[in-house]
Every structure is written in structure tokens, then in C-alpha cells.
Design a protein around this ligand. Structure first.
Ligand SMILES: Nc1ncnc2c1ncn2[C@@H]1O[C@H](COP(=O)(O)OP(=O)(O)OP(=O)(O)O)[C@@H](O)[C@H]1O
Ligand SMILES: [Mg+2]
Length: 285
């Protein structure tokens, strides 16, 4: 690694500022004739809280899978912390954590067994693994579930376990695909605090979420993808200015919300997203 952390377990700030945490060049993924991710150039600076947004089927999960080595790109390049991901995949995977769309847990283990397995896979010693496993189970309110097999966990419990597993090695970059989907309000609060703590210590977070209020509160930068193509990228402030420049003199006192930016960028106008009467399903009631 070009920039080694003094304490590799703590997300550090030693990455040179001009080196992106995540960068893609012409990243493309095809499934047969269909192009799910089309020529995407993304750039995420170290320490950014980055929201990756887009409608259902836009290509978000496909992109995250490629950025974390779960899916090979058809073409294009990925750089993580300034290094080519394909050429340095093993080393770079130690620096990242991921909660993918399908969670990818081992159902026949208990939660402590699973976290121990993951911790040891990342090369943590036995004592560190034991301590972090206990802390993470407590943090995620899963301590009382240590006898159950993961396959018998509820969806939200599985999600929390996947999050715990994604951070056990102290990653410098954390990729989360819909981390708030299916978790209760208490867990969502805990999770937000954990993510903000990681950002405060210099980590980079890349998440997808359809909950735009949460993204607006947490993220400093966002990108929007539509039908596989990147249609917007920048700080929230830059995207807001872009929308306001398109609608000058609208007389609005308040700033555009992320939901308004999102709908505007996707060409859905300034509406609330409620379908026009002619679009309603007339046979429903
Ligand atoms: N393995 C696959 N084979 C064929 N098509 C696929 C495959 N994986 C994804 N796709 C297609 O690629 C497109 C993008 O899917 P993706 O899962 O990346 O969307 P998304 O932005 O994550 O959507 P959502 O918000 O619903 O999670 C979709 O049209 C999907 O059907
Ligand atoms: Mg998805």
C-alpha cells in the first residue's frame, strides 16, 4: 500500500488528499445485451460521506458489487485508495467493508461464530476478534441472540449482523447497499451514530438508500444514476445550486430538498412524486 495506516485498525487520514478513495473510469457492466452500468466515472474523496442514488433498477447494486469485487466489470477501471482494484484486490479488500444487497451471510452459524469467522478471516488475532465480536453484538443489540442460527434471524437482525461483520476489521472505506432498509428506528439511530463516528475518524462511506431524508442528513456528496448512466454528481450544495439555476426567480425562500433535486435531475419535475390523475389505477376503489 502506498499509504499505510499507523494503526491499521483505525480509519486513518494518511491518504494524500489528491488520491480518491474510490474512482471509476468508464465502468461498464453488461448482462447479455443489456447494459446495467454504462460508462460511469465516479470520484469519491477520502473522508466523504457519499450517497449513491437512483430509481429501482438504475444500476446501484451492480456498481457496489463491482466496487467491492463481488462482480467483475465488463470494462472500465476501478481505483481504491489510488490503486488498481483488479491488480491489488486481495490487499485492497482488507481496507474495505461491504454490506451487499443480498447480505451473503453463513446461515448455519450463530452470530458470534459468524463474527469470529469473519474477524479471523481478516487476520485479527483471537483476543481482538473476541473483544470486537462481543462489542459489536452488544452495539447491534444482538447479544441476547447468540444461540440462534443466523438462518433463523429476522431480516433486520440479519442486516445488523451483516453491518457488524462489515466493520469488524476497521475498514477505511465502507460500502453499504440500503443499510436502513428493514432496520427498526432504534437500530437506524445507532447505525447513523456509528457511521458518523467513522466519518469523524477519517473513514469514507459509500451508501445507497431510497430514504432521501436520511441521505440528506448524513451525506455531504451524492451521485445519481439513471438507467446505468451517471446523471449528476457533486456536493449537496452544488446539486442544489444546479436545480436553482434551472428555475431562477422561483421565489422560494427555502433551499431545494434532496427529494426535489432527485426528482428534478431525473426529469420528474418539481412535483411531490404523486402520479397525475390520469396515471391512477382507476379500478382501485
Ligand atoms: N445478474 C443479472 N442478470 C441480468 N440482469 C441483471 C443482473 N443483475 C442486475 N441486473 C439488471 O441490472 C439493472 C440494475 O440492477 P441493480 O440491482 O443494479 O439496480 P439498483 O439500482 O440496485 O435497483 P434497486 O433500487 O431496485 O435496488 C436491472 O435492470 C437489473 O434487472
Ligand atoms: Mg439495489
Amino acid at each position: 500500500m502506498a499509504y499505510e495506516a499507523a494503526d491499521p485498525t483505525i480509519a486513518d487520514t494518511l491518504v494524500a488528499p489528491d488520491i480518491a478513495a474510490v474512482r471509476t473510469l468508464a465502468l461498464t457492466r453488461r448482462f447479455g445485451d443489456f447494459t446495467a452500468v454504462d460508462d460511469v466515472n465516479l470520484s469519491v474523496a477520502p473522508g466523504q460521506f457519499f450517497g449513491f442514488l437512483g430509481p429501482n433498477g438504475a444500476g446501484k447494486s451492480t456498481t457496489i458489487k463491482m466496487l467491492t469485487g463481488l462482480l467483475a466489470p465488463t470494462s472500465g477501471t476501478i481505483e481504491i485508495l489510488g490503486e488498481d482494484f483488479t491488480r491489488n484486490a486481495v490487499e485492497l479488500k482488507r481496507q474495505i467493508g461491504v454490506v451487499p444487497e443480498g447480505l451473503a451471510l453463513f446461515g448455519r452459524l450463530t452470530a458470534p461464530e459468524y463474527l469470529t469467522f469473519v474477524g479471523r478471516m481478516y487476520g485479527l488475532d483471537k483476543e481482538t476478534t473476541r473483544q470486537r465480536t462481543a462489542e459489536l453484538l452488544d452495539f447491534m443489540s444482538l447479544s441476547g441472540e447468540s444461540k440462534k442460527l443466523v438462518t433463523d434471524f429476522s431480516h433486520g437482525m440479519q442486516k445488523k449482523l451483516a453491518l457488524a461483520a462489515a466493520v469488524i476489521h476497521g475498514p477505511r472505506i465502507l460500502f453499504l447497499d440500503e443499510p436502513f432498509e428493514g432496520v427498526d428506528a432504534i437500530a437506524a439511530g445507532t447505525l447513523k451514530a456509528m457511521l458518523q463516528g467513522m466519518i469523524a475518524r477519517g473513514a469514507t462511506i459509500f451508501l445507497t438508500s431510497h430514504v432521501l431524508e436520511i441521505v440528506e442528513r448524513l451525506c455531504s456528496h451524492v451521485a445519481i444514476i439513471q438507467k446505468g448512466r451517471l446523471v449528476a454528481q457533486g456536493s449537496l450544495e452544488e446539486l442544489r445550486e444546479g436545480v436553482e439555476a434551472q428555475h431562477p426567480g422561483s421565489g422560494r425562500a427555502e433551499k431545494a430538498t434532496l427529494e426535489e433535486i432527485f426528482l428534478n435531475v431525473l426529469g420528474a419535475g418539481h412535483s411531490t412524486g404523486v402520479p397525475a390523475p390520469e396515471q391512477e389505477l382507476s379500478w382501485l376503489g
